[in-house]
Design a protein around this ligand. Structure first.
Ligand code: HEM
Length: 706
C-alpha cells in the first residue's frame, strides 16, 4: 500500500498559509499578545524624561529590532526567490524510482533561489559572476534539492580548495575591496597558479556571467549524480535547466551602468515578470551515462571542471518547471531557505565526485550557524510536505512538541515507532557501489587535462563572443595592479589558444608569452554559443516608446498594441510624468519620465513619427538614449519623422528609410519606415529584430559614443 501523502501544486502554499498571521488583525500587540495603546513615545518621567526601564513595549520593540539580522550566506548571499511547480513529461520509471518523476499529471511544488556568488547581500545584481540556480522540490518522499549554477562546470575539482577560492575572490581582507567582483589581485593571483581553473575562467569571462534575466539563463546541477531505478540499476547523470525564453546576456557596459541605475535589476525583473503573469519556464534535462561506460571518455566523469559534451552524451528533456508566485516575505522564504546537495530522495543518489563530497558536508554545516542551530528544517520554507518522524530532539528554536515518553529506537514502550522503512515502503537505500582502495591524497590522472575543454569552449564561440571574452580579460586583469600576476594569467591562457593570449596581453600592458601557444584547434560544441539559442519570441521584452508633444497617435497605438499582442511590454517614456499630447490633440499617460529611466532598462526602443521629433532631436537625453541602445546592440525602430532622431544621433554605418518615403528597411536591428510605408510591415520587421535580442554585429563597426 502506498502510504505516502498525496501532493499537488498547492500543497506547499497551503502548508505556508498555516503560519500566516491572522489577516483580520486590527490592533498592535506586544509579543505576549497584549494590546498596545501608544507606540510613538516611550514611557517617561515627565515630558522630557528620562525613559523608564519598565516600559516593556519599548524594550521589546527595540530588542527585537536589535536582533533582526542573521549572518548572510558565506557565498551566494545575494539572491531572489520564487515559488512554482514541476511536471515530468513522461514516466522515468526505467531510470529512477523517484516518485516525482513518474506521473506527468503530478505537479510537485518547488521553490527556486537565484543568486550571485561573490557579492554581499546588498550588492548589485548585474556584476560579472556565476549565478546560483537552486531548486527545492517538495516531493511526497521528502525534499529534493538541485543546488546548481548557471554554468555547467566549476573552478576547482576538490572541495578542499573551496575556502582558498572564496578567500581569493571575495573582497581583499585588508581593506574589503572590491565588492562583488573578481577583478582584483588576489583572485587572479590564485587563478594564475591553478591550471584546473582555466575552463571555468572561459565561462566566467564570457557573456554567461552577465545574464539579462534569471528567466533567460540556463541552470546546471554541475556535479555528477546517479539515477537508480526500482531494480537497483544505477546510471550516472548530470542535470540541466534551459529557459524557454532563450539564453540572453547584457552588454558589459550596460551591466556596469545598471549596477548604479538599478542594482536590483535581475531581482526586479523576476518579481515583475511573475506579477505580470509572464511565468518563467525552464525545461529539465538529464544526461545519462551507463555505469559500465564510466571510463570510456577522454575526461573523468567525476571531474566538475568538465562538461559532458552534448555531442557525446545527448541531453534528454524530461520535464518542465514553471515559476508562478512571488514569495510573501523575502526574509521568511528567500533568506531562510536552506538548500543542500545531500537532500536527495529515493531514486537519486550521489557520486564520488570530490567536489560534491565536500559540498555534502558544507551546506548543512554552515546552515547550523546561519539559521541558528539544528532545528532550521522546521522553518516553514524548509519544512518538507512528507511527514517528519525521528528521535532528534530539542536544541535552539525547537517548535515541534514531541509527545509521549519515547525518543529512541528500538523501543517497546512506543510500539517501535517510528521505525526504519523498507525500500518498498519508500526507505532510502544507498546505491551499493563497490569501492576498494588505499587512503591517499591524490586525484585521478584524467583530472589533469585542464585545457582540452577550455579550447572547446573558446572554439565554439562566435567572433563577437570571443571579442567579449578578450575585453572581459582586459577589464579583469586591467584592475590587477601586480604585472607578474597579469603575466601569469596570460601564460595560463596561452595553453588555450596562442592568439587569445596575445590579444589579452596587448590590452593589459604585458609582453605576449615567450612562446606562442598552439591554436585551439577546430573542435566545436555548437550549443556552447548563446547565439544558437535565440528563440522566435518577444514575450516579456521591454520596449521604450519615446514620445513628446506632437507624436503621431496612430503610430503609437498600432505598434504598442502589436507588441502587447506578442507578449512584450511597451512603455511610454517622456520628459515628465503626467500626460503627453499627440499631434491630433489626444493625450496618453506617461509610464516613465526621463529622470527615472534610461535605455539600459529596456530591450528595444521605438520612436514614432510626428512633429515631436523636432523636440526629441534637440534633447541630449533622447540622443543619448538611442546612442546607448545602439551601442548595446538593442533593436531600434523609427517611423517617419522619428527617423530624424536617429539621423541626429551618433549611429553610423546603418541605412535609414527615407523619412517621407514608403519603404521599411531593417539593417543590423535598426528598423525604419517612411511615413508613407506600411506600419504592419514595420511591425513585422521590428518584432523579428526584437526576437534576436541583441545585434552584436554592430560591434564590428566603429564604436558609437554613448
Ligand atoms: C558544483 C559546484 C557548486 C555549485 C553549483 C554551488 C551552488 C551553490 C548555490 C546555488 C548556493 C546558494 C544556495 C541558496 O540559494 O541558498 C550555494 C551556497 C553555498 N555553497 Fe555552493 N556551490 C558549489 C560548490 C561549493 C563547494 C565546493 C562548497 C564547499 C565545499 C560550497 C559551499 C557552499 C556554502 C557554504 C553555501 C551557503 C549555503 C547557505 O548558507 O545556506 N559550494 N552553492
Amino acid at each position: 500500500m502506498d502510504t505516502r501523502r498525496k501532493i499537488n501544486e498547492k500543497s506547499k502554499q497551503e502548508q505556508l498559509d498555516r503560519v500566516h498571521p491572522d489577516p483580520e488583525r486590527e490592533y498592535l500587540t506586544t509579543n505576549q499578545g497584549v494590546r498596545v495603546s501608544h507606540t510613538d513615545d516611550a514611557l517617561k518621567v515627565g515630558e522630557r524624561g528620562p525613559t523608564l526601564l519598565e516600559d516593556f513595549h519599548f524594550r521589546e520593540k527595540l530588542t527585537h529590532f536589535d536582533h533582526e539580522r542573521i549572518p548572510e550566506r558565506i557565498v551566494h548571499a545575494r539572491g531572489s526567490g520564487a515559488h512554482g511547480y514541476f511536471q515530468v513529461y513522461e514516466p522515468m520509471t526505467e531510470y529512477t524510482r523517484a516518485a516525482f518523476l513518474q506521473d506527468p499529471k503530478k505537479k510537485t511544488p518547488v521553490f527556486v533561489r537565484f543568486s550571485t556568488v561573490v557579492g554581499f547581500r546588498g550588492s548589485a545584481d548585474t556584476v560579472r559572476d556565476v549565478r546560483g540556480f537552486a531548486v527545492k522540490f517538495y516531493t511526497e518522499e521528502g525534499n529534493y534539492d538541485i543546488v546548481g549554477n548557471n554554468m555547467p562546470i566549476f573552478f576547482i575539482v576538490d572541495a578542499i580548495k573551496f575556502p582558498d577560492l572564496i578567500h581569493a575572490i571575495k573582497p581583499e581582507q585588508h581593506h574589503q575591496m572590491p565588492q562583488a567582483s573578481s577583478a582584483h589581485d588576489t583572485f587572479w593571483d590564485f587563478a594564475g597558479s591553478l591550471p584546473e581553473i582555466t575552463h571555468m575562467l572561459m565561462w566566467v569571462l564570457s557573456d554567461r556571467a552577465i545574464p539579462r534575466s534569471y528567466r533567460m539563463m540556463q541552470g546546471f546541477g554541475v556535479n555528477t549524480f546517479r539515477f537508480v531505478n526500482a531494480e537497483g540499476k544505477a546510471r550516472f547523470v548530470k542535470f540541466h535547466w534551459r529557459p524557454l525564453l532563450g539564453i540572453h546576456s547584457l552588454a558589459w557596459d550596460e551591466a556596469q551602468k545598471l549596477a548604479g541605475k538599478d542594482p536590483d535589476f535581475n531581482r526586479r525583473d523576476l518579481w515583475e515578470a511573475i506579477e505580470m503573469g509572464d511565468y518563467p519556464e525552464y525545461e529539465f534535462g538529464v544526461q545519462m551515462i551507463e555505469e559500465e561506460d564510466e571510463h570510456n571518455f577522454d575526461f573523468d566523469i567525476l571531474d566538475a571542471t568538465k562538461i559532458w559534451p552534448e555531442e557525446e552524451v545527448a541531453i534528454r528533456w524530461i520535464g518542465k518547471m514553471t515559476l508562478n508566485r512571488n514569495p510573501d516575505n523575502f526574509f521568511a522564504e528567500t533568506e531562510q531557505i536552506a538548500f543542500c546537495p545531500a537532500n536527495v530522495v529515493p531514486g537519486i543518489d550521489l557520486s564520488n565526485d570530490p567536489l560534491l563530497q565536500g559540498r555534502l558536508f558544507s551546506y548543512l554545516d554552515t546552515q547550523l550557524i546561519r539559521l541558528g542551530g539544528p532545528n532550521f528544517q522546521e522553518i516553514p520554507i524548509n519544512r518538507p510536505l512528507s511527514p517528519v518522524a525521528n528521535n532528534q530532539r530539542e536544541g535552539y528554536h525547537r517548535t515541534t512538541i514531541d509527545q509521549g515518553r519515547v525518543s529512541y529506537f528500538p523501543n517497546a514502550l512506543g510500539e517501535n515507532k517510528p521505525r526504519p522503512a523498507p525500500a518498498e515502503e519508500g526507505g532510502y537505500v544507498h546505491y551499493q557501489e563497490k569501492i576498494e582502495g588505499r587512503k591517499i591524497r591524490a586525484r585521478s590522472e584524467k583530472f589533469n587535462d585542464h585545457f582540452s575543454q577550455a579550447k572547446l569552449f573558446w572554439n565554439s564561440m562566435s567572433e563577437v563572443e570571443k571579442e567579449h571574452i578578450v575585453k572581459a580579460f582586459h577589464f579583469e586583469l586591467g584592475k590587477v595592479s601586480d604585472t607578474g600576476v597579469r603575466s601569469r594569467v596570460v601564460d595560463l591562457i596561452n595553453n588555450v589558444d596562442g592568439d587569445l593570449a596575445i590579444r589579452v596581453a596587448q590590452g593589459i600592458g604585458v609582453p605576449p608569452p615567450a612562446r606562442k601557444g598552439a591554436p585551439s584547434g577546430t573542435k566545436k560544441s555548437p550549443n556552447l554559443s548563446q547565439e544558437t539559442t535565440v528563440m522566435d519570441t518577444i514575450k516579456s521584452r521591454r520596449v521604450a516608446i519615446l514620445a513628446m508633444e506632437g507624436y503621431n497617435r496612430d503610430e503609437v497605438v498600432q505598434v504598442e498594441q502589436a507588441l502587447k499582442d506578442a507578449g512584450a511590454h511597451p512603455e511610454i517614456v517622456s520628459e515628465f510624468y503626467g500626460r503627453v499630447r499627440s499631434a491630433d490633440g489626444k493625450e496618453m499617460e506617461v509610464d516613465r519620465s526621463y529622470a527615472t529611466t534610461g535605455s539600459i532598462v529596456y530591450d528595444a526602443v521605438y520612436i514614432p513619427g510626428g512633429r515631436h521629433a523636432e523636440t526629441l532631436k534637440n534633447q541630449s537625453y533622447a540622443i543619448h538614449f538611442v546612442n546607448e541602445a545602439f551601442k548595446h546592440g538593442k533593436p531600434i525602430g523609427a517611423i517617419g519623422e522619428g527617423i530624424e532622431l536617429l539621423k541626429a544621433s551618433a549611429i553610423k554605418g546603418v541605412a535609414f528609410a527615407d523619412t517621407s518615403g514608403g519603404e521599411a528597411l531593417a539593417e543590423m536591428g535598426v528598423v525604419t519606415c517612411g511615413s508613407q510605408g506600411s506600419v504592419e510591415s514595420f511591425i513585422d520587421q521590428f518584432k523579428t529584430a526584437i526576437a534576436r535580442h541583441r545585434h552584436w554585429d554592430r560591434e564590428r563597426m566603429e564604436q558609437v559614443p554613448a
